[in-house]
Design a protein around this ligand. Sequence first.
Ligand code: GNR
Ligand code: NI
Length: 172
Amino acid sequence: MTVKTILTEPNPVLRQISKPVKSVGADEKKLMDDMLETMYAANGIGLAAIQIGIPKRIIVMDLSKDENKKEPKFFVNPVIKNKDKSNSTYEEGCLSVPNQFAEIDRPKKCEVEYLDYNGDKKILKADGLLATCIQHEMDHLEGILFIDYLSKLKKSMIIKKLSKVKSTRIVV
Ligand code: GNR
Ligand code: NI
């Protein structure tokens, strides 16, 4: 397992639409292992393959609070089936939008159909942070970031800040 570099906004790769996986083979399992390692190293609760530059419809997640009781979850070709009519608000962050947070409204509950690590078809009913996180990750598969839901002004301020951080790094 390898810790990969997480791409950050404004990197155009993050705007690519990820492609469905044909089958869950050795390459996909290796990718999922690397994604999980990368996510844990960055202290995130979810990661989409495009965040490490691979445009495949694969997501990993672990919402467990206890470091010693890991609960990794793998989603290949996920599809959201039933979105709840009622919304809930969470303060979201994103490993690809470092140190920026904003309250985002999303459907409170949803159902997800997907293939698991072994390529078996599964359905998950999600609520609370799990539902929020799945929808956040599904957005990555479509090239969408949470800042896209903010006003033009807030979004451009965040992108400006992130661009500055990057150019400073190059100068130093
Ligand atoms: O680590 C993460 N935390 C988080 C908090 C609230 C809503 C969504 C997330 S996902 C984020 C990791 C990430 O960027 N996944 O794409
Ligand atoms: Ni994210």
